[in-house]
Design a protein. Structure first.
Length: 719
C-alpha cells in the first residue's frame, strides 16, 4: 500500500495505465532537477560578483547535484525497481520530489535572507512559481500528494515574507504565495480528475481500437497463419481450464456433501461448456475456411449423445422445460464418424430447441433407418413453438453461413445455422415439419457401423427380477424409461402421483422412481407429500428422485434415504444409482483400480496440470516421477525403469514428439519397448496421427478425465 497515493478513479486501479503514468512523470522530473542546479549556478555566479559565497551554499549545491543524479538513476533503473513493487517505487519517487522541492525552497529562502536586495533572486522566485505550476500537474495525478508538495515548495518562502523579510511589500508577497498555493491546489484537483478521466476514456478507446485493428489485420493476413494464431491462443486458454477442471474433479471425489457435490457438478459443467465453446470455435474456423472435413473414427455414439444431453439438463431446468430422449435399441452404440463434429452439431441443435421451446417437453429421438443399403442415423427433435413459422424454420435450415440477408435479423437463428452447417458437412439431410404448434426437426445422417460394439454394460446381471414403479413421468420419459427397464429384465409399473398419494395399501416394490417437477415450488410441495408416505413403503423399497442438478439442494432436509438421479439420465448413471440405492454397488472400475507395483513417468511442463495429473495417478497407487521437458524425460528413462510414460506433446527444450522419436531410436538397440501415451489439447485426427507416427502408443486429450486416464493405465500397465 502506497504511503502517498490512494487510488479512487477507475483508471488509477489499472496497473498498465498507472505504470505508464509513473514512467512518464518520472522522466518529466529530470529536466526540472537539472534546471534547479543550472539556476543555482546562475544565481551564485551573480551573487559572487557582490560578495563571497557562504560555505552553506556549497552544501545546497551538492544536495541539488545529488538529487539530480538520483532522479537520473530512478529513470535508468525504472523497469527493475518498478518490478520490485510499484507502490514502493512510487513512494520513493514522490518522497524524492518532496526532498528536492524542500532543498530548493530552503536554498532560495536562505538567499532571500542573506541577500534580500539582489535582483537575481527575483529570477529564483519566478522560477519557483514556474516549477510550482509544473509540479502541480505532475503531482495532481497522485491525489492529495500535491498539497504536501506545494506546501514544501512554497511554505518556507511564504513564511519568510510574512515574518522575516524587511521589504515593504513583504506582506503582499507572502499573501501572494499563500493565494498561489490555494489556487494551485484547486487547479490540481481539477487537472487530476480531468487527466484520469481522459486516461480512462483513452484506454477504453484503445481497447476498442485494438479489437478493430486485430479484426482488420485478421482479414488481411494469410488464412493459414491466422488460423494457427487463433489455435495457439485457444490452446493457452485450454491449459488453465484443464487445471481448473482437474481440481474440480479432485474436489468432487473428496467432498461427499450433497449440496457441495451439486455445486461442484455445476462448476464442472460450466468448465466443460467453456471447453466445448473453444472446441466449437476451432471447428467453426475450420468449417468457414473449408480447411478440414470430418474425420471418421470409432467412438461410442450413445455416450456422446448422452453427455451432450446431460450438459443441457441445467439449461432445460432454468427454462422450465422437461428434457427427454428415446434411444432405439437397434441403434449401434459404436459407429465410425467424427465425434467432435457430431457432438457439436447435436449440442447446438438441442440448444436451439431449448431456446425456442415455449412450453411442454423437448424430446429427442435417436433411431436408425436403412436406405439403399446405407444405414442412416435419425435424430429427431420435437418442441412446442407458436412464434416461428415453419417456413422460417425451413429457410434457416437451408441458409448458407456466408450468405446472410441484410434486411433480416438472424441472430436468434445463428446457433441453428451453425449446427445445420456442421451436420451437412457430415453428409446429413435436414428437414422440418409442423403439426399445429409442435415443431419437428429431422436429421438423417449416413453412418458406418463397426464390429467393435460395447459389451461391458450388463444391467440384467444386477437388476433382473427386480421391480420398479414409475411415478408422474412425462409421456416421452415414461416410454423411454419403461423400455429401458424392461430391457434390464425388470418388472415395470406406471402410476400417477395422485394414485400414489390416494392409495392406502402398502406398496411392495424394489424401487419407486418419482419425477420431480421443474418448478421448485411444486417440487417442494411434492417432496413433502412423498415424505409423508414413507411408512407405506416396505423396508426393501428404495425411493429414487428424478430431478435437475439445480434442485439437489431441495433434498437436504428430507428424512430417510433417497437416491438422487439427475435429469436427463444416462443409462450408465441410472444403473449406478439403482445399485447404490440397494447397497450392492461396488466402486466403479476406475475407482477401485489399483496398481501399486507400477511406476509412471509424467512429462508435463505446466505445473498446475502436472499437479492435477499427479494427484489422479497417486489415487491409483502408482509410483510417479515428474519432469518438465522431453530432455529430462530421456535422461530419467536412461537411469530408471518405468512401466508407462505420460508425455505432453508440446514442451520447452525438447517437445514430446521429438523425445518419443529419440526414445524409440534407442529402443532399437535395447530391444525394449515402453508404452508412451500422448497428452495434448489439440484433439484432432491430424495431431493423433502425428503422435502415433512419432512412436506413441496411445492418445489422451486435455483436460484429462479420470476414467480415461485410469483406462490408459489398465491397458498399458496390466500384467
Amino acid at each position: 500500500m502506497s504511503l502517498f497515493f490512494r487510488p479512487h478513479h477507475k483508471a488509477q486501479k489499472d496497473r498498465s495505465i498507472l505504470k505508464r503514468v509513473d514512467q512518464t512523470l518520472s522522466r518529466q522530473g529530470l529536466p526540472s532537477a537539472l534546471l534547479h542546479f543550472g539556476l543555482f549556478i546562475i544565481i551564485e555566479w551573480s551573487l559572487l560578483m557582490q560578495a563571497p559565497t557562504p560555505s552553506v551554499v556549497y552544501l545546497f549545491g551538492l544536495a541539488l547535484v545529488v538529487m539530480a543524479a538520483w532522479r537520473f538513476i530512478m529513470i535508468a533503473q525504472f523497469e527493475e525497481w518498478y518490478a520490485r513493487g510499484p507502490a514502493r517505487w512510487r513512494d520513493a519517487f514522490i518522497l524524492s520530489g518532496f526532498l528536492h522541492a524542500g532543498i530548493w525552497s530552503a536554498y532560495l529562502t536562505y538567499r532571500l535572507a542573506t541577500a534580500p536586495e539582489a535582483p537575481i533572486l527575483q529570477l529564483g522566485i519566478l522560477y519557483t512559481a514556474a516549477i510550482a505550476a509544473g509540479g502541480t500537474f505532475v503531482y495532481s495525478l497522485y491525489g492529495k500528494t500535491v498539497r504536501l508538495y506545494l506546501l514544501v515548495l512554497l511554505g518556507p518562502i511564504a513564511v519568510f515574507y510574512f515574518f522575516l523579510s524587511a521589504l515593504e511589500i513583504a506582506l503582499i508577497l507572502g499573501i501572494g504565495f499563500v493565494a498561489m498555493y490555494f489556487y494551485l491546489v484547486s487547479t490540481a484537483h481539477r487537472v487530476g480528475d480531468l487527466v484520469w478521466s481522459f486516461l480512462a476514456t483513452n484506454h477504453e478507446y484503445k481497447l476498442r481500437l485494438s479489437v478493430l485493428e486485430q479484426a482488420r489485420e485478421a482479414s488481411t493476413v494469410d488464412n493459414k497463419s491466422n488460423r494457427r494464431f487463433i489455435q495457439q491462443i485457444l490452446m493457452r486458454v485450454k491449459n488453465p481450464l484443464s487445471g481448473l477442471l482437474g481440481v474440480l474433479s479432485m474436489l468432487s471425489l473428496g467432498d461427499q456433501d450433497n449440496e457441495n457435490q451439486g455445486m461442484l457438478s455445476i462448476a464442472r459443467r460450466s468448465g466443460y461448456s467453456m471447453l466445448d465453446l473453444i472446441n466449437d470455435l476451432e471447428a467453426f474456423i475450420e468449417q468457414r475456411d473449408q480447411t478440414r472435413v470430418p474425420q471418421s473414427m470409432v467412438f461410442n455414439l450413445r455416450k456422446t449423445l448422452e453427455h451432450a444431453m446431460a450438459d443441457m439438463g441445467a439449461k432445460a431446468h432454468e427454462n422450465g422445460r422437461e428434457l427427454s430422449y428415446l434411444y432405439h435399441p437397434d441403434v449401434p452404440e459404436r459407429i465410425e464418424a467424427d465425434p467432435q463434429w457430431l457432438s457439436n452439431a447435436f449440442r447446438r441443435l438441442l440448444d436451439f430447441t431449448l431456446d425456442m421451446a415455449e412450453s411442454g417437453e423437448i424430446t429427442v429421438r435417436v433411431g436408425i433407418d436403412s436406405e439403399a443399403g446405407q444405414e442412416q442415423l435419425i435424430l429427431t427433435f420435437y418442441f412446442i413453438n407458436t412464434e416461428m413459422a415453419i417456413e422460417d424454420l425451413r429457410s434457416a435450415l437451408n441458409r448458407q453461413m456466408d450468405i446472410l440477408p441484410e434486411d433480416e435479423d438472424v441472430a436468434d437463428q445463428l446457433t441453428l445455422m451453425v449446427a445445420t452447417a456442421q451436420f451437412k458437412a457430415m453428409g446429413a439431410v435436414l428437414s422440418a415439419t409442423a403439426n399445429d404448434d409442435l415443431r419437428k426437426i429431422r436429421v438423417s445422417l449416413p453412418i458406418s457401423t463397426t464390429s467393435q460394439q460395447a459389451s461391458s454394460f450388463k444391467p440384467a446381471k444386477y437388476m433382473a427380477g427386480k421391480s420398479i414403479l414409475l411415478v408422474d413421468l412425462s409421456e416421452q420419459n415414461e416410454r423411454s424409461l419403461t423400455a429401458e427397464f424392461m430391457s434390464w429384465n425388470m418388472q415395470v409399473a406406471v402410476w400417477t402421483l395422485d394414485r400414489l398419494l390416494d392409495s392406502e395399501e402398502r406398496i411392495e416394490t424394489d424401487f419407486i422412481f418419482i419425477n420431480v417437477p421443474v418448478d421448485d415450488q411444486k417440487a417442494r410441495q411434492q417432496l413433502r407429500e412423498i415424505e409423508s408416505l414413507s411408512e407405506r413403503f416396505v423396508a426393501q423399497t428404495h425411493i429414487v428422485l428424478y430431478a435437475s442438478e439445480l434442485q439437489r439442494s431441495l433434498f437436504a432436509d428430507l428424512n430417510g434415504r433417497y437416491t438422487f438421479v439427475e435429469k436427463p439420465v444416462a443409462r450408465d448413471q441410472l444403473l449406478s444409482a439403482l445399485r447404490a440405492a440397494t447397497d450392492e454397488s461396488e466402486d466403479a472400475e476406475a475407482d477401485i483400480y489399483r496398481c501399486e507395483n507400477s511406476r509412471v513417468l509424467l512429462a508435463e511442463d505446466n505445473l498446475l496440470n502436472q499437479k492435477v495429473v499427479l494427484r489422479m495417478l497417486e489415487q491409483t497407487g502408482v509410483q510417479v516421477d515428474t519432469c518438465v521437458n522431453g530432455r529430462e524425460a530421456i535422461e530419467k528413462l536412461k537411469t530408471n525403469h518405468y512401466d508407462l510414460v505420460l508425455m505432453d506433446c508440446y514442451m520447452p527444450r525438447l517437445d514430446g514428439l521429438e523425445a518419443t522419436r529419440l526414445i524409440r531410436k534407442d529402443e532399437i538397440n535395447t530391444g525394449q519397448h515402453i508404452p508412451i501415451v500422448a497428452m495434448t489439447s489439440e484433439q484432432t485426427p491430424e495431431v493423433e496421427r502425428e503422435c502415433l507416427a512419432a512412436g506413441m502408443d496411445d492418445f489422451l486429450g486435455k483436460p484429462l478425465q479420470r476414467d480415461l486416464l485410469v483406462g490408459a493405465l489398465q491397458r498399458w500397465t496390466a500384467d
